[in-house]
Design a protein around this ligand. Structure first.
Ligand code: HPA
Length: 280
C-alpha cells in the first residue's frame, strides 16, 4: 500500500482526467456521493463517464452501492464533477489514496466540494430517512493517527498546518437551509463523527460518541474534507441518516438497511444539491 501520494502522481491522474474532459466547461463543484446515494449521478446531463480503473494511480471502490466512476457534466446547467462511488479507508487503501479524488479536483481548479454520506443517527431525535446538514466534524481517525495530511506537505496546494475552524462553509450552509425550506424538507443539523469502520459501532462506542458531541456517525467524509480545506475548497456536507445508532444494544445495523434508506434520502439530497448549485 502506498502511503503518500506525490504531487507528480496527482498531476498524472489529473492530466488523464483533463484529456477526457477537454471539451467540457471547467467544473464548478465536485460532488461525492455516499452509500445508497449514487442515483444523482444518473441525472447528470451531457455526461462524460470515467471508470476509476481507467485512471493512473487511482484506487477502485469495492463496496456494494459504490459504482466507481467519475461522471462529469451538468446539473441545473452548472458544470459538475461527480464521484459515483467513493473510496473508504476500510477497503485497505491509504489515506492518500482515499483522498486522491479531492486532490485531482483541486488540480483541475474546482472551487467547491459537496460531500454526501450515509450515517448512523446518534442524536436521539434523528430518524432513518432524515437529512442532516453537517455543521462540523469529529476527526476520530485523525485523533488516532490517521490524518490524510500526514507525510510531506504538498506546498503547491496548501499550508502544513491548515485551519479547521470553519471546515464547512457558512454561506453554503445557508444555501442548503434555504433550499430545504423552499422544498419543505426537514433539515437536521449537527456534528459528523468519522470512524474508520468497517465494523459498526458498539453501544459503548455510540454512548462515547454522543458524550463527545456527535450527532451522526459514519466511515468517510472527514479525510476528504480535511484535504479539501487544505486546498481551500468551500465545502458543503450532507448526511443521509440511514439508521438509528443503537446506544442500548437492542437492535442491529446492516449494510442492507443503509442501502434501503438511501432510496428515501436520495430525492431529498438531490433537491438540496440542485438548489444549492443554482445559487453557487
Ligand atoms: N455507523 C457507521 N457508519 C454508518 C452507519 C452507522 O450506524 N450507518 C451508515 N453508515
Amino acid at each position: 500500500m502506498q502511503n503518500f501520494i506525490s504531487i507528480e502522481q496527482i498531476d498524472a491522474t489529473a492530466q488523464a482526467v483533463k484529456k477526457k474532459i477537454s471539451t467540457l466547461r471547467e467544473p464548478l463543484a465536485g460532488i461525492i456521493l455516499g452509500s445508497g446515494l449514487n442515483g444523482l449521478a444518473d441525472s447528470v446531463q451531457n455526461a462524460v463517464r470515467i471508470p476509476y480503473g481507467d485512471l493512473p494511480n487511482f484506487p477502485v471502490s469495492t463496496v456494494e452501492g459504490h459504482t466507481g466512476r467519475f461522471v462529469i457534466g451538468e446539473l441545473e446547467s452548472k458544470p459538475v464533477f461527480v464521484m459515483q462511488g467513493r473510496i473508504h479507508y476500510y477497503e485497505g487503501y491509504s489515506m492518500g489514496q482515499v483522498t486522491l479524488p479531492v486532490r485531482v479536483m483541486q488540480r483541475l481548479g474546482i472551487p467547491n466540494l459537496i460531500v454526501t454520506n450515509a450515517a448512523g443517527g446518534v442524536h436521539p431525535d434523528f430518524l432513518p430517512g432524515d437529512v442532516m446538514l453537517i455543521t462540523d466534524q469529529l476527526n476520530l481517525m485523525g485523533m488516532s493517527g490517521l490524518n490524510p495530511l500526514m507525510g510531506p506537505n504538498l506546498d503547491e496546494i496548501g499550508t502544513r498546518f491548515p485551519d479547521m475552524s470553519q471546515a464547512y462553509d457558512r454561506d453554503c450552509m445557508d444555501l442548503a437551509r434555504k433550499a430545504a425550506k423552499e422544498n419543505k424538507i426537514t433539515l437536521r443539523e449537527g456534528v459528523y463523527a468519522g470512524l474508520s469502520g468497517p465494523s459498526f459501532e458498539s453501544p459503548a462506542d455510540l454512548r462515547f460518541l454522543r458524550l463527545a458531541g456527535a450527532d451522526a456517525v459514519g466511515m468517510s467524509t472527514v479525510p476528504e474534507v480535511i484535504v479539501a480545506r487544505h486546498g481551500n475548497m468551500r465545502v458543503l456536507g450532507l448526511s443521509g441518516i440511514s439508521n438509528k445508532a443503537n446506544l442500548d444494544g437492542t437492535t442491529i445495523t446492516t449494510h442492507e438497511e443503509v442501502m434501503e434508506a438511501g432510496k428515501v434520502i436520495t430525492p431529498k439530497v438531490e433537491m438540496i444539491i440542485r438548489a444549492v448549485l443554482r445559487n453557487l
